[in-house]
Design a protein around this ligand. Sequence first.
Ligand SMILES: [Zn+2]
Length: 114
Amino acid sequence: MHEMAVTKNILDIALESAREADNARVMEINLVIGELSSVADDSVQFYFDALSKDTAAEGAKLNFRRIPAFFQCTACKHRYKRKENTFRCPRCGADAKICEGGTEFYIDSLVVEN
Ligand SMILES: [Zn+2]
């Protein structure tokens, strides 16, 4: 249960921040997810609702922002965003690339309220 573990992490961080803000309540959590991350939005919200029950983050809204991955072609050095259904370099067609990012999953910001 990959999502459950990452969701637990996010909840812990959110609750820690809320405690530091004079025991505030967590209203919203803005998350960033890389496009290559295997995390599914629906499952995260589902686990969050379950795990946050009876905590200061109960009922918080999760906002997801997907960010693209970038690739660099090792043949021609072209840097590109992937097109749908292919990882090939759009300039020279080589299938050799280095991936930069795309697997991020982290809290961008939090909205807490006292
Ligand atoms: Zn290329």
